[in-house]
Every structure is written in structure tokens, then in C-alpha cells.
Ligand binder design. Sequence first.
Ligand code: PXG
Length: 402
Amino acid sequence: MTTPTTTVDLLSEVDQYSARNYLPLPIVLERGEGEWVWDVDGKRYLDCLAAYSALNQGHRHPAIIAAARKQLDRLTLTSRAFHNDQMGPFLREVCELAGYERALPMNTGAEAVETAIKAVRRWGYRVKGIPADRAEIIVCANNFHGRTTTIVSFSTEESYREDFGPLTPGFVVVPFGDIDALAGAITPNTAAFMVEPLQGEGGVIVAPKGYLAGAAELCREHNVLLVADEIQTGLGRTGKMFACEWEGVHPDVLVLGKALGGGVYPVSVMLADAPVMDMFAPGDHGSTFGGNPLGAAVGRAALKVLVDERLEKRAQELGSWFMDELRALGSPHVEEVRGQGLMIGVVIKQSSGTARPFCEALAHRGILCKETHEQVIRFAPPLTVAKEALEWALGEVREVLK
Ligand code: PXG
């Protein structure tokens, strides 16, 4: 059989051969550039999802593609059995940018979160003196940290866990944004508190002002490590290089992914200072592809673009303007517009149905969005997006939400 080329045929092929674990909009993309993507029929869309913030630098940023091409012609994979000439510079650059002594490279976000869980548990036993197998990690309700069996063990989303058990013990869930609940949950066996500074998949939920700073203070008082999962919020998305900066917080452990790969290749890291990172000794943890020269070269270029183009500043300026404009639409369907930087959630009123039909209408008009949790339309375009593109989008959004 020949390879299908039309939307209908490509969708039916996916329908037949793909596992049913996603329900994407029925749009088949074939090309992308900057904030724009094109489907197989040649229709152009503004990408307002940006692969859940993995495309902060836009589609196929020329500097990132050039770095990838150059590395493709030199060396792509060594495994960690040998050194390569890209990993060291990459780790130094990410450590310097984020202010940590050491970094451990992995591939997907979930792997870096798993790495952080291992590191803080070991620290709990070996440094804090928690009795064997009693370490607790406090997490937040409505969290999203990935899909591995351990990570879904502490998800509060029933469908993420149902019949995937037995689940991993050792996690305690508290409400997000509730500092008293966090204080009440800390015990002598608490190794860490792991949190997204702003909950992305949870529905673009911004914590009350002072929450993160208060949590950092509590963690310090009780000798508990603060782990910030900035896989989605980090690298400029919220208007700062790292969302923790909004509260002047420097977490003990920082987890990055998504945009670290520049929209090209999966690259993630766990960052910490030596007392935590040195819980790992040779052979204790690793990944065949983690730290590979292609990923490291791409990661270096991805970071350089973020810094050189001041993308966090663009996110802050464009984001607060766009949020104001969305609020000014005064839509009868909108309960609330919330977010930080270019991570924006438009909450649809229950009485207006769910967000999905609005996303479908937007797609029809050339704007790609994805609902998160039934009621929230998320706008999170590449941070390189032109203001003119967002101005155009506002006109379309106005029509869809009127
Ligand atoms: N932490 C946060 C805060 C995330 O948003 C992850 C960890 C996991 O990263 P990886 O690379 O393992 O997906 C995320 C991922 C999905 C999905 O379909 C995942 C995310 C966003 C939207 C959909 O699993 N975020």
C-alpha cells in the first residue's frame, strides 16, 4: 500500500494502527516555521500550544536546526560508557544559567522527574537519616509530572492511575496553593516537597502570591528539599527564565525538559548542588541516550536562543498584553482569564459547555489550541511569536467567544 497523503486517509491510518491513548483534533500537520504550522491541505495555523511549551523557541528555529545539522554530521551517540565533547559544555551552560553545581541529563521530562525522586529519597536516607524505606515526598493535588508508573502513583487524576497498580507508595498529597496544608503534612520522614510553580496540565493554575516563597521557607525550617518541576514553566514561558524567580525562590532541585530540546529532540535535566547530586555514584542511575552529543548540542543551541533573544522578556510583555486583551473581549462565555507570561488559560463557564468545541472553532479559523481539563482553553504560543500574529488571533478569538 502507498503512503497516504490526504487528511482523511492519514486519519484513518492512525485510527487503525495507533493505540487509542490520545484524542487529537483532526488536523494533520506537515510543516512548521516559527509560530506557524501547515496541514497537508496547505492550510496555515497559528500554533498556540507550542507542544505544551516544548517549542518556546518556535518551530525549526534556524540556529537550533543549524546546531543539530552540524552535530548530525559529527557524532550523534556514544552512550555514557565514553565521553563526548558536547555534554560537558551543555551541562556547564545549563548549570550556569540556572545557578546549580551539577546537572544530570536525561531525555524526557518523566525521566528527569524520576531522577529527582531517586535523588531526594537517597538524600533522605543518607543525609537526613530517615529510616529505611520510610521516606515521604509531598506533592500537590492536581499535579502533572509525567506518566511512569511511579509518577502516576501520586497523580490525583483517576484515569492516569486506574488499573495501572500496584502503585508506588511514599507520596503524600496536599492541596496546591495551601501553605498550611503543606506545613501540616511535613513529618520527620519527609524528604522533599515537589511542586510545579504554576500548574500547567492541571488547568493553568497560578498559586496564591507568596505560596512558593512560603513553601521554600517551610522546607528550609524542616530540612526538606524543595523540588521544582519547571519542565513546562521553565525556560522563559512564564515571563522569567524560571517561574520560581517570580517569588525569589531557588529550589534545591530543579527539573527541566521540553524547551531544553528546542523543539527538535528530547532533552531533560535534573539540577542540584553537590550534596544532593552526589547521592548518585557510578552505576546507580542512567540512560543510554541521556547526555548524548546530538541532544547536548541541541540543548546548547536551545539555551543560547532563549538567552540571546530574551525570550522570557517577550513572554512577559506579550503575555500580559494578550491576557489584558482577552479580558477586554468581555466574552459572555468566559469565567476567568488567568496565567503568567505566555502560559494563559481562558476558563469557559460551565453554562457555556466545555472548552473543546471552542478549540475546534478556533482550529477552523486557523488557531491551534488544546483544552486542558474540560473548561480551560490554553494559549501558549512559541515565545518568538510576532505581536501581529497575536493581534490577528485576537480578532478570531473574539468571533469564537462572542
Ligand atoms: N512535568 C510537567 C510539569 C509536565 O508538564 C512532564 C513533567 C512530563 O514530561 P514528558 O516529557 O515525560 O512528557 C510534563 C509533561 C501528555 C502530556 O500527553 C504531558 C505534558 C503536557 C501535555 C500532555 O502526557 N506535560
